[in-house]
Design a protein around this ligand. Structure first.
Ligand SMILES: C[S@@+](CC[C@H](N)C(=O)[O-])C[C@H]1O[C@@H](n2cnc3c(N)ncnc32)[C@H](O)[C@@H]1O
Length: 218
């Protein structure tokens, strides 16, 4: 009897381990908050982001509402907040509450009042309003499992004139070189956006290793 109970426990454990190992992680290449902060803020990465040049190309206007999807440590929040002025709003979305706390701390420290952090869901940005002028998604899409589904959900939060700016590594040139599951071509991104009813309207060659495209409704 004791042996039967033991075998049943072993079988249950094997089943549980099996389930855990086949369960797909919602965030691909996940890291801890501390690890993200260290990685995202390395001086070489920050310089390579060309933050001011990128924000200038978004052509934001005073009063605009921006959703920064996968805001990370919040490197873009200051320049985005400045571009939309105090009459505009930045939703800094991430699925990591620790990173959002870091953004709240920083915006408070720098007295930036037009940034609101939002705890997103894995498959949906979970924004409180559907009045977004521009969704900005830099170095994030490859972490999302269902990219097409996420982009479709994201476009549901845009104003009719709303735009989506995507920046991702060019598979042959940068980032995650040996991890094809973490690579996204511009053509793939554009096909998913087309399925969400969006077409490319601007493309920038600001980076040697990344593609940068802005989409709007067709
Ligand atoms: C490589 S970092 C980029 C951070 C920031 N955009 C930047 O360029 O500095 C990727 C970020 O995406 C976030 N992320 C991953 N999956 C997400 C999802 N489904 N929704 C929102 N954020 C997500 C991660 O927590 C992380 O902060």
């Amino acid at each position: 009897m004791r042996m039967t109970r033991f075998l049943a426990c072993v079988a249950a454990a094997v089943f549980t381990v099996g389930l855990a190992s086949t369960r797909t992680a919602p965030q691909l290449a996940a890291r801890t908050t501390e690890d993200w902060l260290k990685t995202l803020e390395s001086p070489a990465r920050v310089a390579g982001l060309k933050i001011d040049e990128t924000v200038a190309r978004l052509k934001l206007k005073p009063g605009d509402v921006v959703a920064d999807i996968g805001a990370g440590s919040g490197l873009f929040e200051g320049p985005l907040a400045k571009a939309v002025t105090s009459g505009g709003k930045i939703y800094a979305v991430d699925i990591d509450q620790g990173l959002l706390d870091n953004i709240d701390k920083r915006t408070k420290e720098f007295q930036i009042t037009n940034v609101q952090t939002v705890l997103g869901k894995f498959a949906d940005p979970n924004l409180p309003t559907r009045d977004v002028d521009l969704a900005f998604i830099d170095d994030v899409l490859h972490h999302i499992e269902d990219r097409a589904g996420y982009l479709k959900n994201l476009t549901g939060y845009l104003k009719p004139s709303g735009r989506v700016a995507v920046i991702e590594f060019i598979p042959s040139k940068g980032g995650h070189q040996n991890q094809p599951e973490l690579q996204i071509t511009k053509e793939q991104g554009t096909a998913w956006m087309a399925a969400a009813g969006m077409k490319p309207v601007e493309e920038f060659d600001l980076f040697d290793t990344k593609w940068f495209v802005i989409y709007e409704r067709r």
